[in-house]
Design a binder for this molecule. Structure first.
Ligand code: C2E
Ligand code: CA
Ligand code: CA
Length: 737
């Protein structure tokens, strides 16, 4: 498994993204709102300034127009020149004030001397003009210059004979308009250059300003003195024609944007809060969902690399770890040991107590392994009842062997499975690395071979892979091939017979057939070796049938009381085995009760129907059943009773100990007593000395077999032995067991 670099957790990633999005959208809305507001306000201000400018211009034009209505008039020329104060007040000044609201009117003669003055509707002394003359006379001069230019034809564009301007009059800005008083018809003579001039002044005061304000809907319009501070976007300078600023018109700025914002603000805040609440709610759900997702992601990841039953690393993770450990060892970080652990009796538990118990056994085994290994070791389940331990950084192999011993002891302790106490063993194969030539897979292969060896050598043990194990395997393969040929060509395989003696030590009770194979290279191979191969490679049935046929044929030809044939558990499990035996005895003409089959204790543990039926049928036929190697296995008295056994063959290891070890004799005695109680005969195998013979005879053995009497001999030799005995007067037919 590639170890994951811890990335920022998904949950906070999602949260950050959503929050960022929310902040961005709020900022975008606010920005857009501000932008729209500023623009709306700026546009409104510009419009207002245009309105005010227009309003002022209209007022100036109106002033001039109103003035023109009285200055272009025959009577005005006449009466002004007559200096008729009353007429002038009625028509040129007070009337202008009353009717149009003009504040000041001055009438000047051709020398620009005042002939009439009016201020605020009151005719005042002519000399009052002196106060305003400095401001007004320049305008009058401009008018006279214009008139001269027109009269002399200097200007051909026929301009309007008027001068209007804004100027400071009586301390405040005012509209000033100057026009010549001209006849409206030919009836009155007007000498050019003698024209009187009409000057009218309209103060830009509250009244005038409110006229403009009303027309253009301005609020708070007023005159601001030069020194005052005010909102420059809501003001307009009053500029005279000479460019001087006389004052400002200001007003309350219309801010539609701001107003809009103010009006919508509560709604906006409300929806923002609602949006925020919604966001918070969604975010919480999102966080929960993504946390859940993260959890299940972790779980999936865990499941992908762990065994569900035990929680141990699975094969994939184990491969990765082993590879790393092997690489690390190659870089010089000590040795690496791979322990391949396999339970010895797992199948038995599964078959007898059920799969639930099997699962429980696997779980408990996993826990025991885990609690026994060092913290730096890793345990994995490779499948079924197979486990592996990887040990890293080892100084020597001894450490691995010590752990194996601990593990074996730990697993040898009884297991409590669904109320049953069960004894399970384990076998362990060890491979030590690093292997400079090969990879970690090779390590696994070697551990597997070592495990196989451990199992073969008798289970409940460990075996370190040795270099020649590879050769052993290759040799086994070769033997397998050669055995097939030997079988198919009936070449090299033969039977030898070891006589079994009655308690009188001279009568041959029968003989056990033992297989021999004259191997072309290895010579006489031990049946122990090649029978295991035959069992493993599926040749045992064929081989067993061959033995049965050969032995039965031989017994039928001779007057051997009976012949015993060793039968492998593999054969016994086959449902047709009893039929095969029946066919063979019939074909050979051998009475079934002259045939004995020797089975091992393990057979009795087999729960399969096949074995039980075969045994029952064989016994019904008359074939005798002997339990071989008795005492080395785990058969209980129960099994013996249930299956019905005719004979026990006490394993030769007991006989071997007789006379050397005090406990052996009582054990053999106990076995004999047990056999008597069960009413079965007892054969003592492996009798090698006269002393052993005497002891077993004293203990009450029924039959004896061993090198002391005779080794396994060729068929012809046994024939001679039989004949010799027959010739011997002492011969009497043996009790058929
Ligand atoms: P087993 O059934 O216990 O056979 C007796 C073995 O003890 C034989 O070894 C025999 O040569 C040996 N033996 C006999 N007397 C003595 C003695 O006094 N001392 C000692 N130390 N050994 C003695 P063998 O022939 O090598 O056979 C070994 C095993 O191979 C047999 O053990 C049997 O389990 C198996 N076997 C042999 N032939 C066959 C066969 O045809 N079929 C099957 N299934 N198994 C066979
Ligand atoms: Ca035997
Ligand atoms: Ca035996």
């Amino acid at each position: 498994m590639a170890s994951r670099v811890p990335s920022r957790p998904l949950t906070s990633q999602v949260t950050l993204a959503v929050l960022a999005l929310a902040v961005c959208s709020v900022a975008a809305i606010a920005g857009f709102g501000a932008y729209a507001m500023i623009h709306a306000d700026r546009d409104a201000a510009a419009t207002q300034r245009t309105f005010v400018a227009n309003g002022l211009r209209e007022q100036i034009e109106a002033t001039a127009q109103q003035q023109e209505s009285v200055t272009l008039w025959d009577d005005a020329v006449t009466y002004a020149k007559a200096h008729d104060d009353w007429w002038m007040s009625e028509n040129l000044s007070v009337w202008m004030h009353a009717y149009y609201g003009h504040d000041r009117v001055y009438v000047l003669d051709q020398y620009n001397d005042p002939v009439h003055s009016m201020v605020e509707g009151v005719v005042v002394p002519k000399a009052a003009f002196e106060h305003v003359a400095p401001v007004l006379l320049p305008l009058v001069e401009r008018l006279r210059l214009l008139m001269m230019q027109v009269a002399s034809g200097e200007r051909s564009d026929d301009p309007k004979l008027a001068v209007t301007d804004i100027a400071t009059v009586a301390g405040g800005p005012a509209i000033v308009s100057v026009m010549p008083i001209l006849p409206s018809s030919d009836r009155v003579e007007q000498e050019p250059g003698t024209e009187y001039v009409h000057v009218t002044v309209q103060q830009i005061d509250a009244t005038l300003i409110s006229t403009i304000a009303e027309h253009y809907h301005l609020l708070g319009a007023r005159l601001a003195p030069l020194a005052a501070t005010f909102d420059t976007t809501a003001s307009m300078p009053l500029i005279g024609s000479d460019g001087t600023i006389l004052g400002y018109l200001t007003w309350d700025r219309d801010r539609p944007g701001l107003t809009f914002i103010r009006k919508t603000a509560p709604a906006l805040v409300g929806s923002l809060l609602a949006g925020g609440a919604l966001l918070w709610f969604l975010l919480r759900r999102l966080r929960r969902a993504s946390a859940q997702l993260e959890r299940s992601q972790n779980e999936t990841e865990f499941l992908a690399f762990h065994d569900t039953l035990t929680g141990l690393a699975n094969r994939a993770l184990f491969d990765d770890r082993l590879q790393r450990a092997h690489l690390s060892a190659r870089r010089g970080n000590g040795k690496v040991a791979l322990l391949y652990v396999d339970l010895d009796r797992f199948k038995h538990v599964n078959d007898t107590l059920g799969h639930a118990a099997g699962d429980e056994l696997v779980r408990q085994t996993a826990a025991r392994l885990k609690s026994t290994v060092r913290p730096s070791d890793s345990v994995a389940r490779l499948g079924g009842d197979e486990f592996a331990v990887v040990m890293e950084g080892l100084r020597d192999v001894r450490t691995a062997e010590d752990l194996c011993e601990e593990l074996l002891a730990e697993i040898a302790r009884p297991f409590e499975l669904m109320g049953n106490q069960v004894h399970i063993g384990a076998s362990i194969g060890i491979a030590i690395g690093p292997d400079p030539e090969a990879d970690h897979i090779e390590l696994l292969r070697k551990a597997d071979i070592a495990l196989y060896e451990a199992k073969k050598k008798g289970r409940g043990r460990y075996e370190v892979f040795a270099g020649d194990m590879d050769e052993l395997i290759a040799r086994r393969r070769l033997i397998e091939a050669e055995l097939r040929t030997a079988l198919s060509e009936n070449l090299g395989l033969r039977l030898v017979y070891q006589p079994v003696y009655a308690a009188d030590c001279v009568t041959i009770a029968g003989a056990e057939a033992l297989m021999r194979w004259d191997h072309p290279v290895h010579g006489g191979l031990s049946p122990i070796q090649f029978i295991a191969i035959a069992e493993e490679r599926g040749m045992m049935e064929e081989l067993g049938t061959w033995t049965l046929r050969t032995a039965c044929a031989y017994a039928a030809r001779t007057d051997l009381p009976w012949v015993a044939v060793n039968v492998s558990p593999v054969q016994l499990r086959e449902s047709g085995f009893a039929d095969v035996v029946a066919d063979i005895t019939r074909a050979c003409g051998l009475a079934p009760d002259r045939l004995q089959i020797e089975i091992t204790e393990g057979v009795l543990l087999d729960n399969g129907d096949g074995t039980r039926r075969n045994l029952a049928r064989l016994r019904a036929m008359g074939v005798r059943v002997a339990l071989d190697d008795f005492g080395t296995g785990y058969s209980s008295v129960n099994y013996l009773r249930r299956y019905g056994i005719d004979k026990l063959k006490v394993d030769r290891s007991f006989v071997h100990m007789l006379g050397k070890d005090e406990t052996s004799a009582p054990i053999v005695k106990a076995i004999l007593d047990l056999a008597k109680a069960l009413k079965v005969r007892v054969t003592i195998e492996g009798v090698e000395t006269a002393r052993q013979r005497d002891i077993v005879l004293a203990l009450g053995a029924d039959e004896l077999q061993g090198y002391f009497f005779a080794p396994p001999v060729e068929a012809s030799e046994l024939g001679e032995l039989l004949a010799a005995r027959a010739g011997d007067r002492r011969f009497r037919p043996a009790n058929r067991a």
